[in-house]
Design a protein around this ligand. Sequence first.
Ligand SMILES: *[C@@H]1O[C@H](CO)[C@@H](O)[C@H](O)[C@H]1NC(C)=O
Ligand SMILES: *[C@@H]1O[C@H](CO)[C@@H](O)[C@H](O)[C@H]1NC(C)=O
Ligand SMILES: *[C@@H]1O[C@H](CO)[C@@H](O)[C@H](O)[C@H]1NC(C)=O
Ligand SMILES: *[C@@H]1O[C@H](CO)[C@@H](O)[C@H](O)[C@H]1NC(C)=O
Ligand SMILES: *[C@@H]1O[C@H](CO)[C@@H](O)[C@H](O)[C@H]1NC(C)=O
Ligand SMILES: [Zn+2]
Ligand SMILES: [Zn+2]
Length: 455
Amino acid sequence: MSTVKLLLSCLLFKGVLALSGNFWHITDLHLDPSYKLTDNPEQVCNSSGNRPAAKAGIYGDYACDSPWQLINSSVYAMKDILPDPDFIVWTGDDTPHVPNEQLGEEKVLHIVRNITHIISHVFPNSKVYSALGNHDYHPKSQFPGGPDYMYDQIADMWQDWLDPESQITFKRGGYYTEKLLNRTGFRMLVLNTNLYYDQNKQTQDIDDPAGQFSWADQILTEAANNKEKVYIIGHVPPGFFEKKRSKPWFMSKFNEKYLELVQKHNSVILGQFFGHHHTDAFRMFYDSDDTPISTMFLSPGVTPWKTSLPGVVDGANNPGIRVFEYDTQTLLVKDVVTYYLNLTHANAAKERWEKEYRLTESFRVSDASPASMHQVLERMAKDRCYLQKYYEFNSVSYDLKECDSDCRVDHVCSAREVDFKKYDSCLKTEASASAIYGGLLPVLSVAVSLVLANR
Ligand SMILES: *[C@@H]1O[C@H](CO)[C@@H](O)[C@H](O)[C@H]1NC(C)=O
Ligand SMILES: *[C@@H]1O[C@H](CO)[C@@H](O)[C@H](O)[C@H]1NC(C)=O
Ligand SMILES: *[C@@H]1O[C@H](CO)[C@@H](O)[C@H](O)[C@H]1NC(C)=O
Ligand SMILES: *[C@@H]1O[C@H](CO)[C@@H](O)[C@H](O)[C@H]1NC(C)=O
Ligand SMILES: *[C@@H]1O[C@H](CO)[C@@H](O)[C@H](O)[C@H]1NC(C)=O
Ligand SMILES: [Zn+2]
Ligand SMILES: [Zn+2]
């Protein structure tokens, strides 16, 4: 009897294990080959743009992009933490934030090749799905909507990771699709959303740069017909930056088209994984009845580089890398575990990558499904402590100051609304909610202290 029971529970246990898979997501490594330790803080790295790198150490400085030591450390940390992932998602941005004059096609290719090498060297047997970032082109962000030298060169560089058919579409516009791990019923869609970036002058007058939208629409339609489940990865996300009010990345017409694409095909899209922000955030997608239908996860960057975007106060972060746990039968995202390097500590004492948090534990949800992420969002909007936790994770535990009411509105509305108009009206609604909330708290605390004083 007990043997049967034991056998049964072992079988069940095995079944559960078989359903669960995991993969790495890394993004925004931004190697700065000029990084060096010198006595003049303004000359530590070219990516600081003459801001002083006051706390420079061997693993980097918050004013700078990554020294080689940090890139090396992050890739070996992946190997140490989870040596055999099902696959790796790498969403681009390899070169430093320096003026175009300091780069060039060959320098950009050299850096992309350098990072490609370390990833394939440390993970020789892992499938890597690799998307281009806006910094993986010269001049930066100017990806053309058709065949190009850089697409050709990078397709060749990544040939071990690309199927023959992927090579063809990559050379046409930097995008591709493949069966996920070559398994029937599962698909990866790798987009080149740099074509939609508002900094890109090559594509602004084109309706469908490189034919990527119509291609993706067709792939997703076929996926539905073939009962496939799909993950989408890319670099520049639609919607708004949470650290600067009303700052979108996509051109308006492309933002609309992207949103339509996800709404139309949401039944086959099980997750979207992007980078570019360097922060840890997520974006919700809803259908016309306001039902949550999809989530885009924005993973933190490896570079700690403090953004120089005007209007952002102290926009640096600790280096972060992340594991997604998913159901291998349904592709449902079950959990997200973020690991980080406390850069200050690494420079001062020792290099230690540690778990920062596990989504289901820290935010008390059952999984990372769109319904659960919607719960996270609604709780952030209402609960100050919960919001504060989200805020600290947003910069990978770098910025621990209090998230005030403007900050609340920025985080809530950027996560809730990818659509430009809806984001605007969210700002208005939430600002007045903040006013009530902010106004009520002092009143409440005065009332409480009066009650207490009268006892
Ligand atoms: C850093 O900038 C200096 C001057 O601006 C330039 O001469 C040098 O080549 C740059 N270093 C790298 C590695 O690009
Ligand atoms: C890269 O990291 C590995 C593992 O920590 C270490 O053994 C190696 O010396 C590092 N290489 C460089 C160039 O820092
Ligand atoms: C990448 O470049 C760094 C210097 O910036 C060099 O030390 C390292 O060996 C290179 N690694 C690979 C794998 O090419
Ligand atoms: C993918 O699967 C097909 C058929 O099942 C097989 O012919 C092909 O070699 C596989 N490709 C890879 C890269 O494993
Ligand atoms: C990072 O390390 C520094 C120096 O050891 C420490 O003061 C700081 O509290 C650490 N930050 C976090 C989030 O643990
Ligand atoms: Zn970046
Ligand atoms: Zn970027």
